[in-house]
Design a protein around this ligand. Structure first.
Ligand SMILES: [Zn+2]
Length: 453
């Protein structure tokens, strides 16, 4: 799978390095899947049959990295009962849909969601799947199969729920032994930690409110044992804080720490409602935050303190979150929301376009414990997103790189993963996208209809 590629005449190469350097008129060479060189001098001479890609008229960035998602929810987007509700009532409505949702449905959701993400610049994708209705056994395997066919780097956060509440029906719960055995088997079979990894497994209870204390403790132990990521939702709403204090006698972060989550390979989705003391705690333990601006705005949850997290040296990355609270998976568009939401709270100087690109590249990679992706540097993975220099919505822009974030989000023209061209001229190679969309629409309708029986 690792491939060679020479990208020539790149109008703007955004390196996302420490100096936020941008090269004009650049070349970049990938060999055996990794960046071998780049520069603005003459491109290296390569054999006649060496694979090449033109960067003319394009802006190249490191492939974007998505750190939290629920791909299955793309069958529940813009679902009327929850469209004007906050997190808990929205969740209660959405959770009713999945009793008859099975592996073949998830396969289609995963492919469609990955297509959305790829066309918006993503090369590495984390998904948090926690719905395993009754006899559904191979959900995560299905996701690896779909991601493998699409050619992206996939981090499967093996979710879990074993704690009954008003929000969750019995058919959605699994017992602790089943959850832990399946998660461990997935780690053993699929997790690759070496540079260039295409498959990783993350231990990911859905939330402290939907899992027993025993499961939260065992999940942290399992992640530490295998040195893999540990992930859950935390700090999303004020109601969650109140519930946690009432039910567990502690705020959510304190409760997780009580369950052994003091782990520098742990990260929490949302992280909106942490106070100053909790920011210091996150920094102390190396626990990071996946920022999900669209979902936070859509559900009216609040604004994550991203610039302050960065000031505290807390790891933070970007995430489109679930397709039913976003309700899309456009990663460049998500960065634009992060970029603007930071300005709503902290002023126009809080985040630049290049800061937003950092958030979507090396910061997200760092959050998920990867130092082999997210920057244009020799030795990093050959994962490159190439966006058209301009489109109708950015026509005539004086600063084309800033325009990537300031103007309306666009799709990539090309996407390269490990030196392989996966998108060329806005088409995902080897994918019949109209057929996939038809299949997905049909199944989404079925999921909605069967839930009413
Ligand atoms: Zn989520």
């Amino acid at each position: 799978m690792p491939a060679n590629l020479l990208i020539e005449n790149i109008d703007f190469l955004v390196t996302a390095n420490q100096e936020q350097r941008i090269l004009c008129g650049a070349w970049l060479q990938i060999e055996d899947g990794f960046i071998r060189g780049f520069g603005t001098d003459s491109a290296p001479s390569v054999p006649q049959d060496y694979p090449r890609l033109s960067g003319r008229g394009k802006i190249a960035t490191p492939g974007l990295v998505n750190t939290h998602h629920h791909l299955y929810q793309n069958m529940a987007r813009a679902y009327t009962p929850g469209n004007n509700q906050s997190l808990l009532p929205w969740l209660a409505n959405m959770n009713k849909l999945w009793e008859y949702f099975r592996e073949d449905d998830l396969y289609i959701c995963t492919k469609l969601g990955i297509a959305e993400l790829m066309l918006s610049g993503a090369t590495t994708i984390a998904d948090h799947h926690y719905v395993f209705p009754r006899d559904a056994k191979n959900m995560t395997e299905t996701q690896f199969e779909a991601s493998d066919q699409m050619g992206v780097r996939f981090h499967a956060s093996r979710g879990s729920m074993n704690f009954k509440s008003d929000l969750i029906s019995d058919w959605a719960l699994q017992d602790e032994d089943t959850i832990l055995a399946d998660t461990e088997a997935l780690i053993t079979k699929h997790h690759v930690s070496e540079p260039g990894s295409y498959q990783q497994v993350i231990v990911a209870p859905c939330a402290a409110t939907s899992c027993s204390k025993s499961l939260l403790i065992a999940s942290a132990q399992l992640a530490k044992l295998y040195d893999v990521g540990l992930h859950t939702h935390c700090g999303e709403t004020l109601a969650e804080n109140e519930y946690s204090v009432e039910k567990f006698g502690a705020r959510p972060l304190e409760y997780l720490l009580d369950c052994g989550w003091d782990y520098d390979n742990a990260w929490l989705a949302h992280g909106i409602h942490f106070d100053d003391e909790e920011l210091a705690t996150l920094a102390k333990h190396g626990i990071g935050v996946a920022h999900c601006p669209n979902a936070n705005m859509r559900l009216g949850s609040g604004i994550c303190r991203v610039p302050e997290l960065i000031d505290h040296a807390i790891k933070v990355g970007i995430a489109v979150d679930g397709s039913a609270s976003n309700d899309s998976g456009h990663l460049l568009g998500e960065l634009r929301q992060a970029f603007y939401l930071a300005r709503v709270k902290y002023g126009a100087e809080a985040m630049s376009a290049l800061d937003a690109i950092d958030l979507g590249t090396w910061r997200s990679a760092n959050l998920m414990g990867r130092d082999d992706i997210g920057k244009i540097e020799i030795g990093k993975c050959g994962d490159i997103a190439l966006f058209p220099f301009e489109d109708l919505y950015s026509n005539g822009a004086e600063n084309p790189v800033d325009a990537l974030l300031i103007c309306h989000p666009r799709q990539v023209s090309d996407l390269v993963i490990g030196g392989n061209i996966r998108v060329r001229e806005q088409q995902i190679i080897g994918l019949d996208l109209p057929a996939l969309r038809n299949e997905h629409r049909m199944r989404a309708k079925k999921v909605r209809e069967t839930s009413f029986h």
